[in-house]
Write a protein that binds this ligand. Structure first.
Ligand code: FES
Ligand SMILES: [Fe+2]
Length: 394
């Protein structure tokens, strides 16, 4: 907050130390998209939700965003499990619903059924089918781990669940302070959008656009073009954190420091490499995940999940109705801004990139998160890392 106040008073912003040219091919190149799919999506553990998404035994969700069809469950002992969502008989998707609670997962094809621990518990006409040894045809497990109230799955059954590296020491220290594990899921949106998944990430990476694109929406409650930025690149990491500046800081800065609250005066935005944005705020948390469309660098799906803090559930009577309306309005407003403002720009950027008419775009000194995204991607894919430049000249 002190950094933000200093910037506000001086009329300055964070400074990346230079400008950064970026080739537009990163949004259009099919070979790069395939490499990203293999290395960033199939090749890493991924955060697919929060503990509250699987609040009870038998709770489940499915995912088809990472190449492998995934069924994630809470088993009868309360443990988080994940499986290849493919029947061990002839491979049909066992569970076709997105989420819910079930005692049994029954394959629609011939009705083999599995429990929440993936155990094959029903095989109709077993005497006709032939002998199946115990545990031979349970659902194939995927590496799964619940950490800091976040649910991680590796889409490769042989994958390495290395959350120490994915989260780094920094996020492993800091995430427990947010109590993500207690958050209650309220809303799940999915937007199939005509832009590369990295353009979706880009739009979350700066507030330079608030006074322009969001002048009638977000700019009413945020100072634009002011933010803090930190990353763990120097420690060998690949994540970053921004603190965006809410206008409530104008009042809070005059309060005693022990009453300061970063979620009232500001908005923390965590980027978890490669495709996850986590934004905790006073009433809850947004989780944004962007997934490429296989074979099409110009499309992606954003999953936007909204979670509420458990304290808000305790309201009763009139207050409960007010809280419900307040919560619904947060989810609605955020969805509208992302869909109708940010992703409209992302699609227009994609249209131009597809044309190939401009081979380079530029990230400003005041857009350090964008430098970071693209330097990390390039580094991991062994592509040339763009140098920062002092100025743009003819
Ligand atoms: S493929 Fe699932 S029961 Fe036959
Ligand atoms: Fe935006």
């Amino acid at each position: 907050m002190k950094q933000l106040i200093t910037h506000l008073d001086a009329g300055t912003n964070v400074d990346a130390g230079g400008l950064m040219p970026q080739s537009t091919s990163t949004y259009t190149d099919l070979a790069q998209a395939e490499q990203e799919m293999d290395e960033f999506f199939r090749g890493l553990p991924h955060c697919l939700g929060m503990s509250g998404d699987l609040a009870e035994p038998g709770a489940f969700f499915t995912s088809n965003d990472l190449g492998t069809p995934i069924l994630a469950t809470r088993n009868n002992e309360g443990r988080f499990r994940a499986f290849v969502n493919s029947c061990r008989h002839r491979g049909a998707l066992v569970e076709t619903e997105e989420r819910g609670v079930k005692r049994r997962f029954t394959c629609p094809f011939h009705s083999w059924s599995y429990d929440a621990g993936g155990t094959l518990v029903g095989l109709p006409k077993a005497d006709h089918f032939g002998e199946v040894g115990e545990e031979c045809l349970d659902l194939r497990p995927l590496p799964a781990e619940e950490r800091h109230g976040l649910l991680f799955v590796h889409p490769d059954p042989e994958g390495d669940m290395d959350l120490d590296s994915l989260l780094g020491e920094w996020f492993n220290d800091e995430f427990p302070t947010w109590n993500f594990g207690a958050m209650i899921p309220i809303n799940h949106d999915a937007y199939d959008t005509a832009c590369n998944w990295k353009l979706a990430m880009d739009t979350f990476g700066e507030t330079y656009h608030f006074s322009s694109l969001h002048k009638d929406t977000l700019f009413n409650s945020f100072h634009g073009n002011v933010q803090c930025y930190d990353d763990d690149l120097a420690e060998g990491g690949h994540n970053h954190r921004m603190i965006l500046c809410r206008r409530d800081i104008d009042e809070m800065r005059h309060m005693p420091e022990e009453e300061w609250d970063i979620t009232v005066a500001a908005l923390p935005v965590y980027w978890l490499f490669p495709n996850v944005i986590i934004m905790p705020f006073a009433a809850g948390c947004f989780l944004v995940r962007a997934y490429p469309a296989p074979g099409d660098p110009g499309r992606h799906t954003s999953k936007i999940d909204f979670y509420m803090k458990p304290e808000l559930k305790n309201a009763t009577g009139d207050e409960a109705a007010e809280v419900a309306e307040f919560i619904a309005s947060i989810a609605r407003n955020f969805a509208e801004i992302i869909r109708d403002e940010d992703y409209v720009m992302s699609s227009s950027q994609q249209t131009a990139a597809n044309s190939g008419a401009l081979d380079t775009i530029y990230f400003g000194r005041n857009e350090p998160a964008l430098h970071h995204y693209h330097r990390v991607y390039a580094q991991k894919l062994d592509l040339p890392i763009p140098d920062r430049i002092e100025s743009i000249s003819r």
